[in-house]
Design a protein around this ligand. Structure first.
Ligand code: ADP
Length: 576
């Protein structure tokens, strides 16, 4: 049955019951009123007339008006005949009264009139008693009928009270619960409401919707599963090891390369808490060392030395926090971390080979250069033979070049030493200007090729600097060479030296392409090159510069804005 019909019937029944109760009560009250009215208007009035007639009869002899009063009441009584025999009695009274009026006023006639009136009164008193009995019976009937109808109404109303609200509320509750299930993505939920009510229709529409959602979710799930498999295959086939952990630091994936270097199978890794795994695996401990969860929003990277593929390998560790915005929310939520290991062994090996090569070459150069210089010295000696001016000039030129060659060889050896981890510093009081001149001279040709103008300024209060002359000059050379390399043509490069407290600040400023802020720290790492930077570099220059400067107790940093240029600067102690 429809809800509307149910409600109409329920409320209609209640209305009908109220109406019937009211009608029944009204009817009985009316009946009772009729009974009492009958007593009042008929019998009570007859009693009143009879009494008045009696009083008038007593005063008949003394008072003339008594006759009139008697007659008046008699006429009223004649009009108010209601009981059986009352008419005859009234007629008797009237006949005797006529007699009395004719003049026979004897006692016998009077007493017979009195008796008739008393009979009339008795007749009406009996009628009153009878009628009040009827009224009492009507009242009883009323109580019984109203009680019966009232009880029936109560039972019906109580049944409605018990059933009607639950009849409406139960399906609503069922539907609400099912909608909640759907919201929890339980698309298998169905509502079963039988009948032809609106709720049954609603339930059937709900079921259709749930079915469609289920279909949709399944098709979506299929897509998602396929995408998941694709991504898994991608991660699995990556040549670098990748490990993923969720927000509770439980390993959720690890590709084949990762399992290989860790020496653990996937089943030993997946679903296990990192804290438990690190207890038995040193490499995992190293991998997760220093990584907080989440890593405070910073990308994290460092170099690790791992024994893999049967040899010593080098990996660059990169930790990336995974943050997503959950559906229906606005804020990013941390859901885990991915640790990627980039195999940099080939670069390391190349670098080592280069270092060794540089070391060997520069070492090998030392002897012939020393021989050349010895030869020059001999040539300059008058004992060997006198040189003319032109020859002297030429020999002087050869000596300068051989000196430069010797210095370069020494620098190359320095680089080799730095890279092999053994820097030898030679810190003394040094003039700033010769260092600058050396660095500028070494870069002049490159600067000229790009029509760059080098502006050098040294503040007047700059004295000597406490530094390793060669290495500081090397750093300056490297910074200027970078500035030239990353400047646009016809630009200016400013080289400025100033005193700041007890330190000397060297600055090389260019107006070239600049450096993205996220790479500012990383450019000082070995082999790091800004992605997309022009090729030709090794990514070593700045890291060697940093080692040279920090080795001397100094500090090196960069200020840069992408597109506007960079300013590299370093501080060294002022000589006392
Ligand atoms: P490279 O031999 O590649 O120049 P460096 O260690 O000297 O190696 O520099 C590291 C990276 O820093 C470079 O690849 C380049 O992207 C960036 N870089 C260095 N100097 C500058 C500069 N003056 N302007 C812009 N980028 C620079």
């Amino acid at each position: 049955m429809k809800i509307k019909t149910k409600l109409t019937l329920g409320i209609g029944t209640l209305f009908l019951m109220v109406f019937s109760l009211a009608a029944l009560s009204g009817w009985y009250i009316h009946q009772l009123k009729k009974d009492t009215d009958r007593i009042l208007t008929t019998n009570y009035n007859s009693l009143l007339y009879a009494r008045n007639m009696l009083v008038s009869l007593e005063a008949y002899a003394e008072d003339d008006r008594a006759v009139l009063r008697f007659q008046d009441n008699l006429i009223q009584q004649q009009r108010n005949i209601t009981e059986a025999g009352e008419k005859e009695k009234t007629a008797d009274i009237a006949a005797r009264f006529e007699e009395m009026k004719q003049g026979s006023a004897d006692q016998i006639l009077r007493s017979s009139i009195r008796k008739d009136i008393t009979d009339l009164m008795q007749m009406n008193i009996e009628a009153i008693a009878r009628k009040s009995g009827i009224a009492g019976q009507t009242a009883k009937d009323a109580i019984i009928s109203i009680a019966i109808v009232g009880t029936v109404c109560f039972v019906i109303a109580f049944t409605l009270l018990l059933n009607l609200p639950s009849n409406i509320a139960d399906p609503v509750r069922k539907l609400t619960e099912s909608i909640r299930q759907i919201a929890r993505q339980n698309y298998r939920e169905r509502v079963h409401i039988l009948g032809s009510s609106e709720f049954a229709e609603l339930a059937s529409s709900f079921n259709t919707m749930a079915e469609k959602l289920e279909e949709y979710a399944e098709s979506q799930l299929d897509d998602i599963l396929q995408n998941k498999r694709r991504i898994e295959a991608l991660v699995e086939n990556m040549s670098d090891p990748v490990i993923g952990a969720d927000e509770n630091r439980t390993v959720i994936f690890a590709n084949e390369q990762a399992t290989k270097i860790l020496g653990l199978s996937q089943s030993a890794l997946l679903g296990k808490p990192v804290s438990e795994l690190t207890l038995h695996n040193d490499l995992l401990r190293d991998l997760f060392k220093d990584i907080s969860s989440p890593s405070a929003g910073e990308e994290f990277s460092s170099t690790l030395k791992i024994f893999a593929d049967g040899r010593q390998s080098y990996f660059e560790k990169e930790v990336v926090d995974i943050n997503v915005v959950p559906t229906g929310e606005n804020e990013l939520k941390y859901i885990g971390q991915v640790i990627m290991l980039k195999n940099i062994t080939p670069f390391k090996e190349m670098d080592l080979a280069k270092t060794n090569f540089i070391g060997t070459v520069s070492h090998e150069f030392k002897t012939p250069i020393a021989a050349i210089q010895m030869g020059i010295q001999l040539l300059q000696n008058d004992r060997v033979g006198k040189l003319n001016d032109e020859q002297k000039y030429l020999i002087h030129g050869i000596k300068e070049d051989s000196d430069r060659l010797r210095n370069i060889t020494a620098e190359l050896l320095n680089i080799a030493q730095v890279e092999s981890g053994a820097i030898k510093l030679n810190i003394h009081d040094n003039e700033v200007k010769p260092m600058l001149e050396y660095a500028i001279k070494a870069n002049q040709v490159a600067a000229d090729q790009k029509q760059l103008s080098l502006h050098v300024s040294v503040d007047a209060d700059v004295n000597k600097v406490l530094a390793d002359n060669e290495k500081t000059a090397w750093v300056l050379t490297n910074l200027i060479s970078n500035a030239i390399r990353y400047s646009h043509e016809n630009a200016a490069i400013e080289i400025h030296v100033e005193k700041q407290g007890t330190r000397i600040r060297f600055e090389v400023k260019d107006y070239g392409q600049g450096i993205d802020s996220k790479y500012k720290e990383r450019i000082f790492e070995r082999y790091f090159r800004v992605p997309g930077a022009r090729s030709g570099g090794t990514g070593l220059g700045l890291s060697i510069s940093k080692e040279f400067i920090e080795g001397q107790g100094g500090e090196i940093a960069v200020d840069s804005e992408l597109g506007s240029g960079s300013s590299f600067f370093f501080y060294l102690k002022e000589a006392k």
